[in-house]
Ligand binder design. Structure first.
Ligand code: ATP
Ligand code: MG
Length: 169
């Protein structure tokens, strides 16, 4: 599955799916590329769930905004996240794995498209995999079974309204 497009809702829809899958008894892992160092509402909410059940886990694996900091550092961390994703995909420990913002990691050249496509190709057939982020590549879209494009119609950012707590983070 792929959530892409320039509209808001890719990550939040992925988290909605995580909630649904968890409630249905599935084991859910969320690995977030790039994100890190900032408090997000979903992290706090999922902490509650994780404390009561090992069937759901969220891990922020990035250094935060790619516009800040050394690109080689971002690259190194993204490469480590890729290895972790590979290990978890092959582990058989999960029913659903969400790789949040992985498309952005490819777009920003932190990992290669080939490496990302490899993750999809090695997936055991019973494992559900969801990749999010703008600008999903043509090859990923071809390989996926389900692709949803969030389309920007209007966003308050364009009216000068900054990210709002509980809505954006
Ligand atoms: P969300 O996490 O809210 O579901 P997203 O995953 O679709 O959003 P990203 O591309 O990951 O969006 O961008 C992260 C942040 O940028 C989000 O908090 C979102 O509100 C904001 N954002 C998304 N689309 C736009 C847009 N078209 N213009 C300005 N800001 C945007
Ligand atoms: Mg997102």
């Amino acid at each position: 599955m792929v959530h892409t497009g320039d509209g808001k809702g890719k990550t939040t829809a992925a988290l909605g799916l995580a909630l649904r899958a968890f409630g249905a008894g599935l084991k859910v892992l969320i690995l977030q590329f790039i994100k890190g160092g900032q408090s997000y509402g979903e992290l706090e909410a999922l902490k509650f769930l994780s404390e009561s059940s090992p069937r759901i886990k969220i891990q922020q694996c990035g250094l935060g905004f790619t516009s800040q900091g050394d690109k080689s550092e971002h690259k190194k961390v993204a490469e480590e996240t890729l290895q972790l994703a590979r290990k978890e995909i092959l582990s058989g420990d999960w029913d659903l794995i969400i790789l949040d913002e992985i498309n952005y990691a490819v777009k920003f050249n932190l990992i290669s498209e080939t490496e990302m496509l490899e993750l999809v190709k090695i997936r055991p057939p019973q494992l559900h995999l969801l990749l999010t982020g703008r600008d999903a590549t043509k090859n990923l879209i071809e390989l996926a079974d389900l692709v949803t494009e969030m389309k920007l119609v209007k966003h308050p950012f364009n009216a000068g309204i900054k990210a709002q707590r509980g809505i954006e983070f």
